[in-house]
Ligand binder design. Structure first.
Ligand code: SF4
Length: 280
């Protein structure tokens, strides 16, 4: 089978930095002495490798002994997490992606400038839970939000979005927000260009192949978005979390397959999958 790869795919600099910071912290403070509040990234192999190296990814802020280092993931965390870690005497290693940090400071600034902050994003995603902590009152609008109920009347709106959303989706929600009553709206683009490039490359590839494979965690927002975009283009798309989920039936009758991957998927996984597909 012929296989084509998306020109932009896989690991982003934010994830690469987070892994490097985690490895350096383990090296400096010793195996078992660094705690992350959940899996570092949405990739089981990388998470397993870091656990083997001694990163505790199951800890909680309240249960971590004060002798340990607390690693903040690339998704970031609200200010209360840093404050609580400080109160508990935990030292913090901050691996928040610079683009997430920018979104956090944009939210803080909008609030200080008198805007009611509206964040377009998934309220359950750790990045969104962290970013909204930088203003006392934020309205989160997700895909299915009923805007009439979700958005209170405020004269001045400051609009931002989860870094991994697509520009089309964000533009669509903004258009709906602007149909609501308000006096002034300020929109700050907080989208991640790394993600946007991957989305554009995935859509372009999905238009020219018979079937698309999107590799990455089922809970990874940017991977799910890639799969959604490829499906929307009209291409049969499979989102695979592990290569074992692939079956030959997925490519029966197909000649050309396209492959892309979310920002937490290492290139080695992509290469292994391409070999597997080419052998079909
Ligand atoms: S996807 Fe973008 S915002 Fe998220 S960690 Fe990677 S570079 Fe940062």
């Amino acid at each position: 089978m012929q296989v084509k790869l998306a020109t932009s795919r896989g690991f982003c600099f934010g994830v690469e930095d987070a892994i490097e910071i985690a490895e350096a912290a383990i090296e400096e403070h010793g195996a078992g002495n660094v705690v992350a509040l959940g899996p570092l990234i949405h990739n089981k192999q990388v998470v397993g490798k870091l656990s083997d190296a001694g990163l505790d990814q199951t800890g909680s802020l309240e249960s971590a002994p004060s002798s340990k280092m607390l690693l903040i993931r690339s998704h970031g965390a609200p200010p209360e997490t840093f404050a609580r870690a400080h109160e508990r005497g935990l030292h913090v290693v901050d691996a928040t992606c610079v683009l997430v940090k920018r979104a956090q400071s944009v939210v803080r600034q909008l609030h200080e400038d008198g805007y009611h902050v509206v964040m377009i994003g998934d309220p359950n995603h750790p990045e969104v839970r962290g970013v909204i902590g930088y203003a006392p009152e934020v309205t989160v609008i997700d895909r299915g939000s009923d805007l009439e109920k979700a958005l209170p009347f405020r004269e001045r709106l400051g609009i931002v979005a989860q870094t991994t959303h697509s520009p089309e989706h964000v533009a669509d929600v903004i258009r709906q927000i602007l149909t609501r009553p308000f006096r002034e709206a300020k929109i700050i683009n907080t989208l991640c260009l790394e993600v946007t490039r991957r989305q554009e490359a995935a859509a372009a590839l999905a238009r020219e192949v018979d079937v698309m494979f999107v590799l990455g965690g089922l809970h990874s927002a940017n991977t799910r978005e890639l799969a959604r975009i490829c499906s929307e283009v009209g291409c049969r798309t499979y989102h695979l979390e592990t290569l074992e989920q692939f079956t030959v039936a997925m490519v029966v009758g197909k000649t050309v397959a396209g492959v892309t991957a979310g920002a937490s998927t290492p290139e080695s996984v992509i290469v292994e999958f391409v070999r597997k597909l080419e052998a079909v």
